[in-house]
Design a binder for this molecule. Sequence first.
Ligand code: HEM
Length: 500
Amino acid sequence: ALLRLLVPPKANDGGVKHISALKTLYWTFKPYPSRRDMCEQVDMPALAATGIVRSWLWGRWMYKINDAEYARQLFLKTSVYQKIELHNLIPYVFRAVAAGGNLMTENGDHFKAHRLIVGPSFRRSWPASTFRVHLGKLERIIRADGHELDALHACRRLTLDVLGQIIMGADFGALDNTDGELLEICWDVVEAGIEPLYLVFPFLDKYPLGKRARSFANLRKFHRFIERTIQAKRAELAAREKLGDDERDRADLLTLMIEAHEYTKAHGAFDENGKLLPSMTSEELRNNTIIFFVAGHDATAYSLSHLITELALHPEIQQQARERVISVLGDGPDAFPTDAQLAELADLDMIIKESLRKNSTVSDVRRQLTEPVTLGPFTLPKGAWVMVDLWAMQNNPKYYPEPEQFIPERFREPAKADAAATTHNTQTPFSWAPFSEGSRKCIGHKFAMLTQRIVLAMLVHRFTWTLPADSPFLAKPMTSTSGLISPIGLKVNFAPRHER
Ligand code: HEM
């Protein structure tokens, strides 16, 4: 049986190029890791000829693609390319215990049932003022400690407090101090879920020891904290009139989900054809709350730190962004955007999109095949896992000439299906997918883009920043290589632009 797990059988897929899984494992755990190196030295060369390669890992075929047309199929044909239901496949792994069945992991009717309750809570906009207090605290932290600042840590403090507020109206106090118990628990839970060792060797979670066992204990505490919050909010809602439109605009996501949950409990949940959907349990409501933290917190913090790194490496683009922000907000030391001004700054998104293109925070998007599929000359077997390698697609010179260059102008024009080559932009609609695409696209993508726009606007307005002269990032950013891609050891020098 062990042999079958490790030794690949003959594949009848039409001759997809094979690369050893050991090679990927080596790059995942090697010292001084860099996702860019891995992309340039392993993934891109292997994928160059056909846009698809395969490896044999833990007894199944794993196909990797970087062709936007193949990716389009994966994103859109959701009944064939299904989410991998980790909670059913390996229920004891940390991520499955943490968030079980939820919007992110379910397929079919269960997914629809989750979407019915979670979807409406995201169908709203957030005013710029949502960020005001948090950004004020971030500014104070950077002013006090801006020399060789651990920028990733600062971004994590910000995103946790912002998400705590919009998800459940909770103040994690991460920007006030960094040693609260709740804070420690939450950080441990989100980190333990993406620990590369356990992503590659999930069976290690069967008998967790030492630090891992402590993470499981923290997870139980985090569950209890969220369950208590749900109970309190449920009681509060039960004791009052229905929420008014105004209140709904200001309510946190959990309150809106509880309201929708109560409605479906009373009236049933139906799909677009009137078919009755499975009802969501309270445990699943908790799971969805947790998945927002797990999916949103570090993804946003890491994306912000990639953005900060790119603008430190490209001071001319940093300066252009600054001039643009000042042209809209003025240069008073306390300027803060109104909603209209933030909307006017939409062109900052070119910079954010280019950063997400070059440094996709989510390394890949994976699915499992419910039936054989044909991709070009190849036929992939039922049961195989297929992943869009977002790095290798978004750094594919076919879509983005000189992919290693940081060129926000690539995103001035929207992608076209028949993309005619311009200097830096031959992108097609599915070649840029840092939030995935189709009906399983990130539900938080609008909020994540808004967060990055306002943080970028405020950082360029209040500070100039550079990398220290001896920063290894000047030669090459060091990052993790699988799961969520985070910078490693990033230090940044910030200089305030105004006297206080
Ligand atoms: C820059 C920040 C973010 C990035 C790069 C990102 C990226 C992604 C990607 C690539 C997926 C698809 C995963 C897959 O299909 O396998 C996804 C799904 C998801 N994201 Fe995000 N995300 C970000 C922020 C957020 C935020 C702020 C939230 C919530 C507050 C969030 C909640 C979710 C959820 C619930 C899903 C599952 C959606 C579904 O399966 O239908 N994400 N995200």
